[in-house]
Design a protein around this ligand. Structure first.
Ligand code: SAH
Length: 211
C-alpha cells in the first residue's frame, strides 16, 4: 500500500510503520489505510519528530503520552467500523487517534480532561485536515451526552472498571393499554435526564444517603 497520497517527506517512515503493523497482525485494510493517510508527525512535539513513525508511545506534555500505534491498531480493528458511525473517544491526548478514527467513521467526538492538551490536539487536527472531529474538555467517564448515543466508544486510558455512563443506554417506550393488558413497544434509542420521584429514581442526595 502506498502512503495514501500524503505528500510530505515522511512517506518512507509511514510505509515502515505499516509494515510493522502488518507484521504485528493488523489485517483490516481500512485500519491500515487510516494509518497510511494520517500524518503522525503533526501530533508529536518537535523534539520527537524523528521518532514519529516508530511503534512506540511518546511524551506529549502534561505527563501524558501519544499511544503506541500497534496498540491503537488493535482497538481500531476491534471497533469494526463501517464508516457511517458516530464514535466517542475518551482521552484525546495528542489527537492522533481521533484523526485515525475520523478516517474510519462519520463523526468523532473526543473528550480530554486537560485543557492544554485539548487545545494542542485541536490545532494538530486542523493542520491534519481532520474536520469531522469535535474535541471537548471534560471528564470523559461521564460520556458526552449532547451527541449520544454512539455506535462505538474508545477509552484511551486505563480504567478500574467500565465507566457506567458510557454503557448505560436508554430506550423510548410507548405503552398502550389493550383491554386489561399493557403493550410495550420500543421506539428506539433516546437520551433523557432522570425522572426523579417516588416511582422514579431517588434524588442524588437520597441515593448517596443509601450508600
Ligand atoms: N488517544 C491519545 C492518547 C491518549 S493518552 C492519542 O492518540 O494521543 C490518555 C489521555 O486521556 C490523556 O491525554 C489524559 O489526559 C486523558 N484522560 C485521562 N482521564 C480522562 C478523563 N476522565 N476524561 C478525559 N480524558 C482523560
Amino acid at each position: 500500500m502506498e502512503s495514501g497520497g500524503l505528500s510530505d517527506s515522511y512517506g518512507g517512515y509511514r510505509a515502515q510503520l505499516l509494515e510493522r503493523l502488518r507484521s504485528n497482525g493488523t489485517t483490516d485494510m481500512a485500519v491500515l489505510r487510516a494509518f497510511a493517510e494520517t500524518p503522525r508527525h503533526l501530533f508529536v512535539p518537535e523534539a520527537f519528530r524523528n521518532r514519529a513513525y516508530d511503534d512506540v508511545s511518546l511524551p506529549i506534555g502534561n505527563g501524558q503520552t501519544i499511544s503506541q500505534p500497534s496498540t491503537q491498531a488493535r482497538y481500531l480493528e476491534a471497533l469494526q467500523l463501517e464508516g457511517r458511525e458516530r464514535v466517542l473517544e475518551v482521552g484525546t491526548g495528542s489527537g492522533y487517534q481521533a484523526a485515525l478514527l475520523c478516517k474510519l467513521a462519520d463523526e468523532v467526538v473526543s473528550v480530554e480532561r486537560v485543557p492544554e492538551l485539548a487545545e494542542q490536539a485541536r490545532s494538530a487536527l486542523a493542520r491534519a485536515g481532520a474536520k469531522e472531529v469535535t474535541v471537548v474538555v471534560g471528564d470523559g467517564t461521564l460520556g458526552w451526552a449532547p451527541r449520544a448515543p454512539y455506535e462505538g466508544i474508545v477509552v484511551a486510558a486505563a480504567s478500574p472498571e467500565v465507566p457506567q455512563p458510557l454503557v448505560r443506554s436508554q430506550e423510548l417506550y410507548r405503552v398502550r393499554r389493550e383491554g386489561d393488558d399493557l403493550v410495550e413497544e420500543v421506539l428506539g434509542p433516546a437520551q433523557f435526564v432522570r425522572l426523579v420521584g417516588r416511582h422514579g429514581f431517588p434524588a442524588e442526595s437520597d441515593a448517596e444517603a443509601q450508600c
